[in-house]
Design a protein around this ligand. Structure first.
Ligand SMILES: *Cc1c(COP(=O)(O)O)cnc(C)c1O
Length: 402
């Protein structure tokens, strides 16, 4: 065997987390013989949240997208209303509200965290504004002190898309509990997963009661299951928004290992940050900024290149060095549906330029330290850092790995 092929084994961008015990948990579902929602494991996942987040107002859903849809329905936004949100986010943040007929008002982000800029929110408020939707990018919380202050002053509801922010915190409070309604994701690309899964969190009892009904096809089946009513009937609008026991068992297994998985990812994140900060000091790249009062979960490690051309050249260079890297998001306001369903308020000072600079490096549970180092060294090589701290930004010509 060619030893070079092992050394140059391609480092994937991402790998779904696995603890190795998922099968044992899944087997329990077959032993119990209940497969649909609101069974042993769904309850057990909620108990985990009660224990760790100190709230029992959590509903397990088939995805974060579905949790966002329930949240949008609870806010009762309609065609007369406007929803303020960042343009730098995943489509689900927007589609949940578009389904209700609302108009989207995109505002700019802050370049340091890539999160929505509260000052831009305030400027975009009209008498039609009903909801603010935030997204905690890379598991780093938005500025909720300011956002909630603005929301209170204008009587607006805050929906937090915390899809990336499981076990992240802001001023000692959990992400997902920072607005009126919070949505989490357990998609296989997230830190913990069950293939597809999500959760809705709310501290508002009226929302919780209604969410349980929406989740159960518009019926009060949840109350029936608790013995609070002797039969269940159609009460409200709704859909089928339950996490199945099959998915729930796998999620419960991973929740058991939550701390280990987060610590492992944060360790890789820190290695990247240590190795690449010198390039940032040189002014050659940007590295992530985590505000003092925020704790993140190592979900994403990104750097900022000079511009789109520099980024695309670096992606090709890393690929030739055997590492996959990627970027996101194409700003929603520039996408066909974004133009149709919304408008950008104010100046697009950062959203487009900063998203074009952003490059995500490989990061996953149990990523070998040597691989993290290899990727970071390849980035340094690209910028000529190891050749006398050259300040030139001209990329070397990519070489083939073979
Ligand atoms: C992953 C993600 C979602 C969607 O989560 P699903 O569970 O796949 O529906 C929504 N918003 C953001 C910001 C995400 O990163």
């Amino acid at each position: 065997m060619d030893t070079r092929s092992k050394q140059h084994e391609t480092i994937p961008f991402s790998r779904p987390s696995l603890t190795g015990e998922e099968f044992d948990y899944l087997k329990r579902v077959f032993e119990i013989g209940k497969f649909s929602g609101k069974g042993y494991f769904s309850k057990s996942c909620r108990e985990w949240f009660a224990q760790h987040y100190g709230t029992s107002s959590v509903l397990m859903t088939p995805s974060c997208t579905h949790a966002l849809e329930i949240a949008a329905m609870l806010t009762e936004v309609g065609s007369a209303d406007e929803v303020i949100l960042p343009s730098f986010t995943f489509t689900s943040t927007a589609t949940a509200f578009v389904r209700c007929g609302a108009s989207l008002v995109f505002v700019d982000i802050r370049p340091d965290t890539m999160n929505i800029d509260p000052e831009q929110i305030e400027k975009a408020i009209t008498n039609r504004t009903k909801v603010i939707v935030t997204m905690d990018y890379a598991g780093v919380a938005c500025d909720y002190d300011r956002i909630n202050e603005i929301a209170r002053a204008h009587g607006l509801t805050v929906v937090e898309d915390a899809a990336q922010a499981l076990l992240c915190s802001y001023n000692g409070k959990w992400c997902g509990t920072l607005g009126d309604l919070g949505c989490l994701s357990f998609h296989e690309t997230k830190n913990l997963h069950c293939g597809e899964g999500g959760a809705l969190v709310t501290g508002n009892q009226a929302y919780f009661v209604r969410a349980e009904i929406i989740q159960e096809k518009g019926t009060d089946r949840s109350r029936f299951l608790r013995g609070e009513v002797d039969k269940y009937t159609w009460q409200d609008v709704g859909s089928s928004y339950e996490l199945s026991e099959i998915n729930g068992s796998i999620l419960r297994c991973q929740l058991e290992q939550a701390k280990t998985i987060m610590d492992d990812r944060r360790r890789s994140w820190e290695i990247y940050q240590d190795l690449l900060t010198p390039l940032a000091r040189n002014g050659q790249i940007g590295v992530p900024h985590v505000p003092q009062h925020c704790v993140h979960n190592g979900h994403i490690y990104y750097i900022k290149t000079r511009d789109k051309t520099d980024r695309d050249a670096l992606i090709a260079f890393l690929k030739a060095r055997g590492a996959q890297s990627t970027f996101h998001y194409v700003p929603l306001h520039s996408a066909p549906a974004g133009r149709r369903f919304g408008r950008f308020h104010g100046e697009d000072r950062w959203t487009t330029v900063e998203s074009e600079k952003l490059l995500r490096l490989p990061l996953y549970y149990r990523m070998e330290e040597a691989h993290v180092v290899r990727v970071a060294e390849a980035v340094k090589e690209y910028y000529g850092y190891n050749r006398g701290h050259s300040s030139t930004l001209t990329p070397p010509v990519p070489q083939s790995a073979d």
